[in-house]
Design a protein. Structure first.
Length: 536
């Protein structure tokens, strides 16, 4: 018998298959280029967490440095207290600080003096640390806007551990404040790249304030203007981008002109910046120092720029081109701008033939090169963290160099604790004193003495008891011969040649007796504070 028997409809019947159950989950579509897509909330918080760790490392590296006030710190803090007393009480200034400071004495010195009055030198240095941490945070925000979080974290991680960043974070001078303001102006320019051209003017007062704090900051204003042009070009078009840069340049120029001609700061600008006396350091030495203090990070930035020009995005999917990619010409200009800015300070100091402050100015340039250094580090690691060991090796090398160089830098000057304790009973508001670093006793003993009572070892004019005028080395010899100084403190480091002249004039001089020889140790070896006091 066949299936279905004699039923004629059996062959027409169909069996309906069972409906499969719905799957318990679905695999989400994978982004074509995860690091280049818009950030998710979770990823943004992870990025901020890593940034916090980077900034904590930076803070620890700065806070571990220890020494008494360097002469520059002492000068600016003492000047700040004098300026503050002049502003609040009309007390006459002991010196015309505006005539020779390389930044306005009414800006950073006054702010630092307020903090110093409340929390001492540690507080003033903590202010610098806060400003440098803020600079690192702004660098992260700028690089994230230009590239992505991964590159931003790499840039912040490298910048946080170089010598300049570590030292400036525990150094009570105007450098940290000036760099923070430059970073803030740069962030405003980058952050407003999609807004109308006039929005770039928000960066104008910040950039001009940076120049007021430290005149050499003007060296980096063209970079900010060109960056305003480049960042707006892909999003707003050529016309709006050019207008944006022109408005920013005109705004900065107008404010700078107004500030220069409404104050008496032009003399200070000329003396310390534009007409600064040339030194004797060779170009070879300056190049070697520049390479030692910032060469590794700069090479990373150059490598990143070359890689970025060749390939705008780092991913393994050809479909990611649909995400959009700035043209090769634009990428080349951005790389040249950021890496080229790092060369400005070494080039200018080679022109001046001086190594003074080079290590700090290199840090200014490295800030602008850091985004490209972040690109270089991420390209070295590769897509999907293919070679993390290479990135770790590079960052560790930068870290070790930064620690070693910062320790050496912060130990260059002697601990002045014993010296201040020794001379404190012998100074008052009426004496006349000579010191290799007069700024240090002026700062620590400002309740007893003022800046006008102290003579440095860098140039002197003197009229002897017979009315004859003396200048330079002869002035020191004549003044010591006449017993002009009530106290003499020499360290043998600041200007050894003049120290030897003074010591020779004291030898056999009945006006003075040796108060003490105080040995000290610094990064270069050992030395001695030699202190003489007037006997008659």
């Amino acid at each position: 018998m066949t299936p279905g028997g004699d039923d004629p409809t059996f062959a027409l019947r169909t069996v309906t298959p069972p409906v499969p159950a719905e799957p318990g989950y679905e695999i989400p579509e994978t982004p074509e280029a995860g690091w280049d897509m818009a950030a998710s909330g979770r990823r943004a918080w992870v990025g901020r967490g890593v940034l916090f760790v980077i900034m904590a490392i930076q803070a620890v590296l700065s806070l571990r440095l220890s020494n008494t006030a360097f002469q520059d710190e002492a000068l600016y803090l003492a000047a700040g207290h004098s300026e503050l007393a002049h502003l609040l009480h009309g007390t006459p200034l002991p010196k015309d600080y505006a005539a020779y400071f390389s930044g306005s004495p009414q800006l950073y010195p006054v702010l630092a003096a307020v903090v110093d009055g409340k929390a001492g030198l540690a507080g003033a240095r903590a202010l610098s640390l806060a400003l440098m941490l803020g600079t690192t945070g702004l660098l992260y925000a700028i690089t994230r806007r230009l590239f992505n979080e991964r590159t931003a974290l790499a840039a912040a991680g490298l910048f946080a551990v170089v010598q300049s960043t570590i030292v400036m974070g525990h150094y009570a001078t105007y450098d940290a404040m000036a760099l923070f303001l430059l970073a803030l102006a740069t962030w405003i320019v980058v952050r407003t790249d999609r807004l109308p051209a006039v929005a770039a003017l928000l960066a104008t007062p910040v950039a001009v304030l940076a120049v007021g704090v430290k005149y050499a900051s003007a060296l980096y204003l063209p970079t900010i203007v060109v960056l305003a042009l480049l960042t707006a070009w892909p999003k707003r078009g050529a016309g709006s981008a050019i207008l944006r840069a022109v408005l920013l340049a005109l705004g900065i120029g107008a404010l700078l002109a107004a500030g220069a001609y409404s104050t008496d700061l032009l003399a200070g600008v000329r003396q310390t910046t534009t007409d600064r006396a040339h030194g004797t350091d060779s170009a070879r030495r300056l190049l070697e120092q520049s390479a030692e203090w910032g060469g590794l990070m700069f090479l990373t930035a150059v490598g990143g720029a070359v890689s970025y020009v060749r390939r705008g995005r780092m991913n393994e999917s050809p479909l990611a081109r649909r995400l959009g990619n700035p043209g090769r010409c634009w990428r080349l200009l951005l790389g040249l701008l950021l890496c080229g800015t790092a060369l400005l300070a070494p080039a200018y100091q080679i022109h001046l033939a001086t190594v003074v402050s080079l290590y700090k100015h290199i840090g200014f340039g490295l800030f602008f090169a850091a985004p490209m250094a972040g690109v270089g580090l991420t390209r070295l690691v590769g897509a999907h963290f293919r070679h993390p060991q290479l990135g770790i090796l590079l960052w560790t090398a930068v870290l070790c160099l930064g620690i070693q160089q910062a320790d050496w830098r912060f130990g260059l000057w002697p601990d002045s604790t014993r010296m201040i304790r020794t001379i404190s009973p012998h100074v008052n508001s009426h004496g006349h004193y000579l010191s290799s670093t007069p700024e240090v006793p002026v700062y620590y003993l400002r309740a007893k003495t003022s800046h006008r009572q102290w003579q440095s070892v860098f140039g002197m004019e003197y009229s002897d008891k017979k009315g004859r005028y003396h200048a330079g080395d002869d002035a020191y010899r004549s003044a010591v011969r006449d017993g002009e100084f009530d106290l003499i403190v020499l360290d043998g480091l600041t200007n050894p040649r003049v120290d030897d002249i003074v010591a020779a004039a004291i030898k056999g001089n009945a006006h003075y007796r040796l108060l003490g020889d105080l040995p000290f140790t610094n990064s270069s070896g050992t030395g001695t504070y030699r202190i003489w006091i007037k006997t008659s």
